[in-house]
Design a protein around this ligand. Structure first.
Ligand code: GLA
Ligand code: ZN
Length: 686
C-alpha cells in the first residue's frame, strides 16, 4: 500500500460526485476501475453532497460515503474530503430563511444555486459545525483521507440584518468611538456624519457608496466574517485529528475577499484554473498562459511551498462565452506548466459528466459517451503515466529572488476611488506587465503581501501601491537602506489605511525621499492617447524611447538621477520633465517609473536590472517567442527543469548544458526541439 503521508505522489485527481449516481450502483462500480485506468490516484469528494448526507434535519446518512471512500482506498485512491457548505439543502433553506444571502440592494435570495449562504447566520454556522463534526468523526482519521477541502470557492458577501449588526460590532471594536470612525471615514463630506452606530449600513448601490473608508472596511469585514466562518468549519476537523490538513480552492484574481488573510488558515493553498484557451486565431497561447502562471506563482508564494491545482478542465468548460475544448496535446502542456510553477497536483473538475443540471456539458474525464477510448480520457491517462514517475518532485521548491508586491487592500482602494481614471486604473494590469518579462525569460517570481517578509529578495517590484500603510513604507525604506533594489511606480503612497489622502509630498511616508522625487500631478490619458518616454541616460541597455499610456505622473527630481524624460508633443509642458529616475538610498537603489509604459519597456528595463543584480533565470539562454522555462529543486537536491512551448509552431531551445528528458531518458546536448504546444520535464544529463 502506498504511504499515507499527504504527498508521496503528485496528486492526479478529480472532483467526484457519487451522490449524483446513488441510483446507479453499476456506474459507481465502474468508476473505480475506470479511475485506475485513467491513472487517477485521488478524488475530491462530497463537495455538494449535503442533501445526501443529511436528507432531513438531524438525520445523517454517511454510510454510502464511507463505503465509497473505503472502496477507493482499497484500490489505492485517496480522498480529499470536502465539507458540503458550498450548497445548502432545500429543506434547510426553507426552514431557516435567514441562511439565504441578502444582496447589496437588500433583496433576499430565494432557494437555488450555490455559494450563496450568509456567513454570519448562527443557524448556518451551527448546521455546518454539526455536519462537519459528523464527517470528521467518520473520516478525519481515515487512512485514505489525505486532505480536507473546505466548502467550495468561498466567495461573496451578505447584507442581511445579522451581517449589518456584526459589521457594527466589528467597527466598534476597530474604532472605539463614533467620533474616531467619523474622522477616519471623513463623513463630514456631504453631511454623512453618523450620530448613532445603528445608522451605519453596508455599502449599497441605492444607498451609501461615497464613503471610501466605509467600502474598504466593509471588504475587510467580509474577509473577517469569512475567516471566522472558515474557523468554524475547520474546528471539528482539527478537534478530531489535529494533524488533519485543510485547503480552500481559490478563484484566481477574484478580489471579493482578501485571500492573503485566508491563507493563514490553510495547510496548503489550492486554486481552480480556467483560462479561456484558444482565443487567438494564430494559436499563440502566451497571453492566457502567463496570466494563469502568475496566479500559480501567487498560490505558491502564499505559504512559500507547493500549491495544489484543485480544478482545471481536461477539455472544456460550460460557462465561458465560447467553451472550446483544449486542443490535442494541450492539456499536457497546461499541466506541466502547473508543475513548473509549483503545483504538486493536477486535479480536474470533473470525473464524470452528470446527465442533468447546469454543468452537464462541462468537460470531464468520463463523458456521456461513457467510453475510455475518447481523446480526453486517453490524454488524461497519458499524463497520469508521467505523473506516476514524478514522486521525486513532491514538495520541490522554487527559488525566487524577485518579489512582486501584491496588496489586495490597495487594489480595493484604488479601484473604488473616483478619479483620476475611472475607465480602468489598471493596477493589476501594471503588476502583470511587470511580471510578464520575468515569466517570458524564465525567472522565478514570488508575490508577496505587504505583511510578508521581503527582505531576502534581490529585487522588489512595487506596482501602484496606492494605499500605503506607514509600517510598510518603513519596511520598504529599510529594505533599500540595507542594500535592496526597489522599483516604485506612479500612484503610490497616495492614501493611508483609512483611504484618507496623505497631506504633504507623495509618495508619502518617506517614499518620496527614498525615490528622490516628488509627485506634482497625475495625467490620465484617453485610451487612444500616447506620450513618449525618451531615455536620456541608460545605466544598462535600453531603447531610445518607449510608448506611454493610461497614467502619466508629472514628477520633479529631488536628488534622483533622471534616466528618462517625457516627450509629449505639448509645447507648453516644460522640457526635460522626468519620467524615469534612480536614487541611491543607504546601500540600495530605488527606481521610480512615473508612467504606464508599453510591454517592451518593462521587458528591457526589468530584465536588464535583474541581470545587473546577478539574478539567474531557470536556464541561461534566450528563449524563442512563446517558450518559457521554470526550475524546481527537489528535496533530495535534484533540479527539475520545465520547458513549455505555448505556440502552434515547432521551436528549439539552445541549452547552456546538457539536459536529459525525464520521461524518455533522451539526452539533449545543445539544441532541444519543442514540438507545437510541447512541454518537457528535464534533469541534468550526467
Ligand atoms: C468552479 C467550481 C466547480 C465547477 C467548475 C466549473 O471552479 O468550483 O464546482 O462549477 O467551476 O468550471
Ligand atoms: Zn447575512
Amino acid at each position: 500500500m502506498p504511504s499515507l503521508t499527504p504527498y508521496p505522489h503528485i496528486i492526479h485527481g478529480c472532483d467526484y460526485n457519487p451522490e449524483q449516481w446513488l441510483h446507479s450502483p453499476e456506474i459507481l462500480k465502474q468508476d473505480i476501475e475506470l479511475m485506475k485506468q485513467a491513472n487517477i490516484n485521488s478524488v475530491s469528494i462530497g463537495i455538494f453532497a449535503w442533501a445526501a448526507l443529511e436528507p432531513e434535519e438531524g438525520r445523517y446518512e454517511l454510510d454510502w460515503l464511507a463505503e465509497i471512500v473505503d472502496r477507493l482506498w482499497e484500490n489505492g485512491i485517496t480522498s480529499v474530503m470536502a465539507t458540503p457548505s458550498g450548497a445548502k439543502p432545500v429543506w434547510m433553506s426553507h426552514k431557516y430563511p435567514e441562511i439565504r444571502r441578502v444582496s447589496a440592494s437588500r433583496i433576499r435570495d430565494l432557494q437555488g444555486g450555490r455559494h450563496n449562504h450568509c456567513y454570519t447566520s448562527p443557524v448556518y454556522r451551527e448546521k455546518v459545525r454539526a455536519i462537519n463534526t459528523k464527517l470528521a468523526e467518520r473520516f478525519a482519521n481515515h487512512p485514505g483521507v489525505i486532505l480536507w477541502h473546505i466548502s467550495n470557492e468561498i466567495q461573496g458577501e451578505c447584507h442581511c440584518e445579522l451581517c449589518q449588526a456584526a459589521f457594527r460590532e466589528w467597527l466598534k471594536e476597530r474604532y472605539g468611538t463614533l467620533d474616531a470612525l467619523n474622522l477616519a471615514w471623513w463623513t463630514s463630506f456631504w453631511s454623512h456624519t453618523y450620530t448613532d452606530w445603528s445608522q451605519i449600513e453596508s455599502p449599497a448601490p441605492n444607498g451609501e457608496n461615497s464613503i471610501h473608508g466605509l467600502t474598504l472596511d466593509w471588504k475587510r469585514f467580509c474577509t473577517h466574517q469569512t475567516y471566522t466562518f472558515f474557523e468554524n468549519e475547520i474546528a471539528p476537523i482539527k478537534a478530531a485529528n489535529p494533524n488533519a490538513k485543510v485547503t480552500m480552492n481559490l478563484m484566481g484574481f477574484y478580489d471579493g475577499i482578501d485571500y492573503w488573510k485566508m491563507s493563514k488558515l490553510l495547510d496548503v493553498v489550492s486554486w481552480d484554473c480556467y483560462p479561456a484557451w484558444h482565443t487567438q486565431q494564430d494559436g499563440d497561447e502566451t497571453y492566457n498562459a502567463f496570466w494563469a502562471d502568475a496566479y500559480s506563482d501567487i498560490c505558491r508564494s502564499m505559504l512559500g511551498k507547493p500549491y495544489l491545482l484543485m480544478e482545471n478542465t481536461p477539455s472544456q468548460t460550460n460557462w465561458q462565452g465560447i467553451c472550446r475544448p483544449k486542443t490535442w496535446g494541450f492539456h499536457r502542456l497546461t499541466a506541466i506548466s502547473h508543475l513548473a510553477h509549483g503545483a504538486d497536483s493536477i486535479q480536474y473538475f470533473q470525473w464524470r459528466q452528470g446527465r442533468g443540471g447546469a454543468e452537464k456539458f462541462h468537460g470531464a474525464v468520463m463523458t456521456h459517451a461513457n467510453r475510455t477510448d475518447t481523446r480526453v480520457f486517453q490524454e488524461v491517462r497519458g499524463l497520469g503515466e508521467t505523473l506516476k514517475r514524478l514522486d521525486a518532485l513532491c514538495g520541490a521548491k522554487t527559488d525566487a529572488k524577485i518579489a512582486m508586491l501584491y496588496d489586495i487592500e490597495s487594489h480595493w482602494a484604488v479601484n473604488d476611488a473616483q478619479g483620476p481614471r475611472n475607465d480602468g486604473i489598471g493596477d493589476n494590469d501594471l503588476m502583470l506587465r511587470m511580471y510578464l518579462p520575468f515569466w517570458t525569460a524564465g525567472y522565478a517570481v514570488d508575490f508577496v503581501s505587504p505583511d510578508m517578509d521581503f527582505s531576502g529578495y534581490h529585487l522588489l517590484c512595487v506596482p501602484m501601491l496606492y494605499l500605503l500603510r506607514n509600517d510598510i513604507a518603513a519596511r520598504i525604506r529599510n529594505y533599500v537602506k540595507q542594500g535592496g533594489t526597489v522599483v516604485l511606480t506612479m500612484h503610490t503612497g497616495v492614501v493611508d489605511e483609512h483611504d484618507l489622502c496623505y497631506m504633504g509630498d507623495t509618495p508619502a511616508e518617506g517614499l518620496a525621499e527614498l525615490a528622490g522625487i516628488r509627485v506634482l500631478e497625475i495625467d490620465p490619458l484617453y485610451d487612444d492617447e500616447y506620450e513618449t518616454l525618451r531615455i536620456t541616460k541608460a545605466p544598462f541597455p535600453l531603447a531610445e524611447s518607449y510608448r506611454l499610456e493610461r497614467l502619466c505622473e508629472r514628477i520633479t527630481a529631488e536628488g534622483a538621477e533622471v534616466l528618462g524624460v517625457y516627450e509629449h508633443g505639448n509645447p507648453c509642458m516644460p522640457d526635460e520633465m522626468p519620467c524615469l529616475t534612480r536614487n541611491s538610498f543607504g546601500r540600495g537603489t530605488a527606481y521610480y517609473a512615473a508612467a504606464f509604459a508599453e510591454d517592451r519597456f518593462y521587458s528591457d528595463f526589468l530584465l536588464s536590472l535583474a541581470e545587473r543584480l546577478g539574478i539567474q533565470p531557470a536556464l541561461d539562454t534566450a528563449f524563442p517567442h512563446g517558450v518559457t522555462a521554470q526550475r524546481r529543486t527537489a528535496q533530495d537536491g535534484t533540479a527539475f527543469w520545465f520547458l513549455m512551448n505555448w505556440t502552434r509552431e515547432q521551436k528549439a531551445v539552445t541549452l547552456p548544458f546538457a539536459l536529459k528528458d525525464y520521461e524518455t531518458d533522451k539526452i539533449y546536448q545543445n539544441k532541444l526541439p519543442l514540438p507545437p504546444y510541447g512541454a518537457k520535464i528535464l534533469v541534468r544529463a550526467n
